[in-house]
Design a protein. Sequence first.
Length: 151
Amino acid sequence: MPETPVLYVLNGPNLNLLGVREPHIYGRETLADVQALCEAAAEGATIVFRQTNREGELIDWVQETRTAAHALILNPAGYGHTSIALLDALKALTIPVIECHLSNPAAREEFRHKTFVSLAATGVVSGFGAHSYELAIKAALRLVRERSSSA
Ligand SMILES: O=C(O)[C@@H]1C=C(O)[C@@H](O)[C@H](O)C1
C-alpha cells in the first residue's frame, strides 16, 4: 500500500496580502482561496500549506521538507530574486521542487526575469494566477508517482 504523498506548498513574503495586493497582477483570490484550490487538486495527498514574510523561516521550512515531504511547491515571491541562502537550502533537497508564480515574472520588470530558485527547481509554473498552484500540484503528484513506481 503506497504511503500518502505529502506535498509542502510554501509561500514567501507579501503573499499574505493576496486579493488586495496589486490585484491586476496577482488576482483577487486570497491566500486562503489558493490553499483551498491546492487541497481540491491534491487527489488525496496531504497538503502542508504555509506563508511567511521571514526569509529565515522560509529556509527553515524548506529544510524541513528534506525529511517530511515527497515534493515541494514553492512560491518564493520576492526572495526568489534575492536569496542565495534559499537556493542553498533547495540544493540540499532530493525531492522534486516546483517553482510557482501567480504572475509571469519573465514578462515583467527586468529584475524579476530570473530567480535563484530556478537553478534548483525541477520545473516552473508561472502566469496562471491561482491556477498556477493547481498545475504545480498536478505536476508534483505525477513526479512523486513516477518516483514511487520506479523505486
Ligand atoms: O507572481 C508571483 O507569484 C511572484 C510574487 C511576488 O511577490 C513577486 O515578488 C514575484 O516577482 C512574482
